[in-house]
Write a new protein. Structure first.
Length: 314
């Protein structure tokens, strides 16, 4: 746990004022989930992903997604080696621990789909051969929403559902930007980041997450939120069973990060916006009147938060 705390502190020294986003990145790591970073250009999405990868003593790959990137550029290819006079399998950058898919919405849907198998099943298939991807495996994808109409390809719902969280960095405050100016004028804090975690540390922490308990009361609250999303008047498709399990795993990791071995209803309520918003598909009429963010707020408000016996209400 000490190594985890130190890793969070190191990342926060590079990206100022985004403590919640950094915490959620580590929640995703412990929950074995993937993260979509969406924010306007220049807010530090790529640097955050690189800093997060650097504190882990594991393999890191970065792919700059563009329209000419092919699926084989991600997964790998079987090629003929004239020297050996035989075909060889060359695995692509997907066989790593942390994969930074930079500007993922610039790639074609065919290339985007090359990540689906790896994100869900921790494996990839090249020319009929299945290659297992070692744990931990985290995809951190970035995209700029302001470029959605200029040579980009929006992620399909099936792929969005495979991301545990969708996080928005947003602009820093004046105080934070002043701190950025003072710090980056002299040096780049990223250069001083060191690996605080090892791959074995991460695997051990991921195993411990599964021991975090969820009472029937909390589980019922989680299910109520999921079913409310499906019954909402402005929602065409609500949260899937995959999304339900994602919320459960995330809440276990979040409770663990708070140094607890049990999940509270407040943990669930805190994580719902980050888990639900990118998964909801609004009806045509609903999308005219509201955003997914508005609907998530209504879902939370419409679902009564239970109070467990002996629990402290936050």
């Amino acid at each position: 746990m000490d190594q985890l705390i130190r890793a969070r502190e190191d990342v926060n020294k590079v990206i100022y004022g985004k403590e919640e986003v950094v915490d959620l990145l580590f929640v995703a790591l412990l929950a074995q989930g993937h993260v979509l970073l969406e924010s306007v250009p220049g807010t530090g999405k790529t640097k955050l992903a690189k800093s997060f990868a650097k504190v882990m003593d594991g393999a890191f790959s970065r792919v700059q997604f563009t329209p000419d990137v092919l699926p084989s550029d991600i997964t790998g290819i079987r090629f003929f080696n004239p020297k050996e006079q035989e075909f060889e399998l060359r695995i692509g950058p997907i066989a790593t621990n942390v994969l930074l898919a930079d500007e993922i919405n610039r790639a074609t849907p065919k290339t985007q789909s090359s990540l689906l198998e790896a994100m869900e099943e921790k494996q990839t298939t090249v020319d009929g051969e299945t290659i297992k991807i070692n744990s931990p495996f985290v995809v951190i994808a970035t995209q700029n929403p302001v470029e959605s109409n200029y040579g980009t390809f929006p992620l399909p719902e099936a792929q969005l559902d495979r991301f545990l969280f969708k996080l928005d960095l947003g602009y820093p405050s004046i105080e934070e930007e002043k701190r950025i100016l003072n710090t980056y004028r002299r040096t780049d804090p990223y250069d001083a980041v060191e690996a605080s975690l090892s791959i074995e540390n991460v695997r051990e922490l991921q195993d411990q997450i599964q021991l975090v308990t969820i009472s029937d009361v909390v589980a019922d609250y989680l299910l109520a939120l999921v079913h409310t999303s499906r019954e909402h008047a402005d929602v065409e498709l609500g949260i899937s069973p995959r999304g339900m399990l994602a919320l459960m795993r995330a809440s276990q990791a979040y409770a663990f990060m708070k140094n607890r071995n049990y999940v509270t209803p407040q943990d669930i309520k805190t994580l719902v916006p980050f888990v639900f918003e990118h998964r909801l598909i609004l009806s045509m009429e609903g999308s005219i009147k509201k955003t997914a963010k508005d609907v998530v707020k209504e879902i939370i408000h419409a679902t009564q938060v239970p109070v467990e016996e002996g629990a402290v209400v936050e």
